[in-house]
Write a new protein. Structure first.
Length: 151
């Protein structure tokens, strides 16, 4: 891979994070019962941490003088309005699992290409996103205990 290929790969995973379903959910304010308000806040904290990972990748790309493209949300997300947090979280988990795999694969590719700084950033981000996946799994379990099933 060339340097340009490395930056392109970094930007692709940045878009995956910046326009993830978790980010969309954080901006769309899903319905949540009053007894589960703290769970919603925890989801928003996880989304904020993901935005920090986006920032870390963007900073690396900026240092390399690469134009950062933040992308746009997939159009299929626009069909997912007015959802309860309980019904949206399984979709977020699926998205997070995909992101974690993509980050790990990208880190491996960058390491094989000799881009150790890029690989290190993505390895750290992948670990953060794997932690986010575990946290979201726990929150879904908590949410199921506190709220009635509402789609």
């Amino acid at each position: 891979m060339t340097c340009q290929d490395n930056e392109l790969l970094l930007n692709r995973v940045l878009i995956d994070l910046a326009r993830s379903f978790l980010q969309y959910l954080a901006e769309s304010w899903p319905w949540v019962s009053t007894d589960a308000g703290s769970i919603e806040q925890q989801v928003l904290v996880i989304a904020a941490r993901q935005r920090q990972d986006v920032s870390d990748i963007a900073q690396l790309l900026t240092e390399r003088e690469y134009f950062v493209d933040f992308g746009s949300y997939p159009t299929e997300y626009t069909d997912l309005q007015f959802l309860s947090l309980q019904s949206a979280l399984p979709r977020v988990l699926t998205s997070q699992q995909h992101i974690a795999r993509r980050l790990a694969d990208a880190a491996t590719s960058l390491r094989a290409a000799g881009d150790l700084p890029g690989a290190d950033v993505l390895t750290a981000v992948a670990a953060h996103q794997q932690d986010a996946t575990h946290s979201l799994t726990e929150l879904l379990s908590q949410l199921a205990k506190t709220s009635p099933a509402i789609l």
